[in-house]
Design a protein around this ligand. Structure first.
Ligand code: SF4
Ligand code: SF4
Length: 423
């Protein structure tokens, strides 16, 4: 990594502890990623981003702040990026995906909190992630109980706005979400000092739609019988999409999609013919959580799709771009975001429909339903998901795990047995 020490110092980071993190990441990335054969050339961009993960994008964000822009840190795919863009703000995802940050979170949260929340709180309070230091405002949401309580702790350390999420998707709930987006827009306007106009919001909607379309193109290429990219590489692209510049993200994803489409024409695959195709569904996998994908792809199978927030939930469905007044635009944004099917909603039958549809579209041999330990929402919904898969004759394996490597060998045994059972 280039020398960013001065920048980290100015951000008030704990340099000694941060050094320890910088030392483990390259080894993990080398073992899991660079050891893969025949990777698409387009992955070079994401490899570079990882090699400079705490330097290159943070320095861009700091530069933007010097030019008067505000950075908003978000934790959930329901928070509408387009509203922030419309006020010339920048969004950066802040979900923590490393065990490194979990003990810091456990100092203030119950151990029985999901690792994603513990890692996110730990990354902020222990001062070991530049993104958590740079964000001028955090935007939380009332999705799960763990997050709701975590916002109260983080809110003591950094300006925080919380969006009140509906728990159901009746027409009145969708209307309420449109109101909540309007309230968020006012907060963003006040914080940035920039008015949101219909023209500006149209631009924001367009930019984020273009990113969605580009990411979808990469996913569409994964539907081919030929497997042009590993699940691990596709996951990396998704994880970095959360904090990259959205225009550059779309450009790089489109470039990668061009290459994958060509690979499909030329029958260039990263796995031997006949490799079993897996759909992963469940809780999000924030960077650098590559554990499950690595286990699956070193156990004789390939991940061809993720029905997760670091997968299809992030880019499926577009916001209607034909609306011309702010009222109509907020309603259109609410409609699109309420099409995401997270386990925090009840009922959430749309998620089962999504998994069944995706299993067909991506021609999968089996589904692995993953739950982050202590996420009772996805854990409970696992019953419905797994029953629906069995009813549809789709082999399914339910897994619960965390960010540690303690269960890796046990998981490997179960995954290998599952893949073998697929024939
Ligand atoms: S799983 Fe639910 S709460 Fe978590 S990021 Fe996705 S939509 Fe948000
Ligand atoms: S994985 Fe579950 S418990 Fe963790 S933040 Fe997401 S919804 Fe909440």
């Amino acid at each position: 990594m280039s020398n960013y020490v001065e920048m980290w110092k100015e951000l008030g980071m704990d340099l000694e502890t941060h050094d320890a993190l910088c030392q483990v990441l390259p080894t993990a990335f080398g073992d899991m990623y660079l050891s893969q054969e025949n990777r698409p050339e387009g992955m070079g961009f994401w490899d570079f981003v990882v090699s400079e993960i705490h330097g290159i994008r943070p320095s861009e964000l700091i530069e933007a702040q010097k030019n008067g822009q505000k950075v908003f840190g978000t934790f959930c795919v329901y928070v509408p990026d387009e509203v922030v863009l419309a006020a010339n703000g920048i969004v950066t995802g802040l979900c923590g995906g490393s065990q490194f940050w979990v003990p810091g979170g456990e100092k203030v949260l119950p151990k029985s909190t999901c690792p994603l929340i513990k890692a996110s709180v730990g990354a902020r309070l222990e001062r070991t992630c530049p993104f958590f230091r740079i964000a001028d405002m955090y935007v939380g949401e009332t999705t799960c109980d763990g997050k709701k309580k975590a916002w109260e702790i983080l809110g003591q350390d950094v300006p925080m706005h919380i969006m009140d999420m509906p728990q159901m998707k009746r027409p009145q709930d969708i209307e309420k979400w449109a109101d909540e987006i309007k309230i968020f827009a006012k907060v963003v306007e006040d914080f940035t000092g920039n008015a949101i106009t219909p023209e500006k919001l149209s631009e924001g909607i367009h930019v984020i739609n273009e990113r969605r379309k580009a990411l979808k193109r990469v996913y569409d290429a994964r539907k081919s019988k030929n497997i042009p990219i590993s699940g691990k590489d596709a996951l990396l692209m998704m994880q970095i999409a959360f904090f990259d510049d959205p225009v550059r993200c779309a450009e790089m994803a489109n470039k990668l999609a061009d290459e994958l489409e060509q690979r499909n024409k030329d029958n260039v695959s990263v796995f031997p013919a006949g490799t079993k195709r897996i759909l992963v569904t469940g809780t999000p996998m924030a960077i650098p959580n590559w554990k499950l994908h690595h286990l699956i792809e070193t156990s004789g199978a390939a991940v061809v799709c993720e029905e997760t927030c670091t997968g299809t939930r992030y880019f499926e469905n577009l916001v209607d771009e034909t609306k011309t007044t702010l009222e109509e635009q907020y309603a259109a944004i609410a409609d699109r975001y309420m099409g995401i099917n997270c386990a925090c909603f009840t009922p959430n039958s749309g998620r089962v429909d999504d998994i069944l549809r995706l299993a067909k579209e991506y021609d999968v041999d089996g589904v692995i339903d993953v739950n982050l330990k202590f996420c009772c929402l996805y854990d409970t919904e696992g019953y419905t998901v797994e029953k629906a898969m069995k009813d549809a004759g789709i082999p399914v394996l339910g897994i619960e795990t965390d960010y540690t490597d303690e269960d890796a060998e046990q998981l490997r045994t179960r995954i290998e047995a599952f893949v073998e059972m697929l024939g």
